[in-house]
Ligand binder design. Structure first.
Ligand code: ADP
Length: 295
């Protein structure tokens, strides 16, 4: 099983003729509220990849409908706490007719993961289970330390990247997943070969996935590296490409597929995700991924 300590965000998406100007009040022509957050997206991707996943996180109690959506996707939600005194994590997103967006993000309940919450979820984890983390919740340091003490595998996707990530005990990770921008910020290097050298020498016991958008993905560890090209598809919306990749890769890897097979499977799943609009709703099913690989 995977215990994903992750964010749940509600994306409030407003269509506007232009971004709101200082002092201006603007009417929106449409409004949607959509399940998002890297944490929730990765839990949904794992569940859709038929992997047993427990989402560990928190949400405002008036938004339990979003927990239902995660359950419907197959996510185990018994460790999601509903909080009556804190707002759900959310994003206020303005979208203009030329598809530009700007975003206000509020962490809310995602920043309220407590020590007893961490302990109660990890108490049920078994040897060989995984803990998965992104950088949209609090207590990352504590969760890595506690998971490591219990000898669980730990995967960390430091997104969005912040300076504080450099202070985390990253040597305890089994798997680090970064896109090119995150890798550049983490290492201070700006070409792929230099990034690989830096991560291999700083974290010799950690496996790394370096995703490069439509260029594909590198997997590497101290003495081995493999590349997988991305599938050539018409990208409509690349939101959740990385989240889909992580979910399908981890599912295949846990099912003892080879690295090459896991990479190809995850590239296929994320190619399908970029062909569809939206975050969680764009994540494909296993059947869709298998059908795509057979074409
Ligand atoms: P993130 O969404 O975290 O920024 P990337 O943009 O690196 O991550 O994308 C993750 C993976 O999704 C890539 O390694 C690739 O397999 C797939 N992918 C992303 N963009 C495209 C695209 N335009 N066409 C095909 N596959 C893509």
């Amino acid at each position: 099983a995977v215990f994903n300590f992750g964010s749940i965000n509600i994306d409030h998406v407003y269509s506007v003729p232009h971004f709101v100007q200082p002092g201006e009040t603007l009417s929106s022509s449409s409004y949607q509220s959509i399940l998002g957050g890297k944490g929730a997206n990765q839990s949904v991707a794992l569940a859709k990849a038929n992997n047993n996943v427990f989402h560990v996180g928190a949400i405002g109690s008036s938004d339990s409908g979003f927990i239902e959506q995660m359950k419907e996707a197959g996510v185990n939600c018994e460790f999601i706490r509903e909080m009556s005194d804190v707002a759900s994590g959310h994003a206020i997103i303005q979208v203009t007719p030329d598809a530009e967006n700007n975003i206000i993000l509020f962490g809310g309940a995602n920043q309220c993961i407590s020590d007893d919450h961490i302990a109660s979820a990890l108490a049920t984890a078994k040897p060989n289970d995984w803990v998965l983390l992104q950088n949209e919740t609090n207590a990352i340091d504590k969760i890595i330390t506690e998971a490591h003490k219990r000898q669980l595998h730990i995967a960390f996707n430091p997104a969005p990247m912040t300076e504080s990530v450099k202070q985390l005990p990253l040597d305890k990770l089994t798997l680090l997943v970064v896109n090119e921008v995150e890798a550049e910020q983490l290492t201070g290097e700006n070409d792929v070969e230099a990034i690989k050298r830096s991560l291999k020498s700083n974290y010799p016991n950690t496996k790394v996935l370096l995703t490069l958008g439509k260029a594909g993905v590198w997997f590497f560890e101290a003495d081995n590296e493999e590349f997988c090209a991305a599938f050539k598809v018409k990208a409509v919306d690349t939101t959740a490409a990385g989240d889909t990749f992580i979910g399908f890769f981890l599912a295949a890897y846990q099912a003892n597929k080879s690295i090459a097979e896991a990479l190809k499977y995850a590239c296929a799943a994320s190619a399908l995700a970029v062909m569809k609009a939206g975050a969680a709703p764009s994540i494909p099913s296993v059947d869709e991924v298998i059908a795509f690989l057979q074409t």
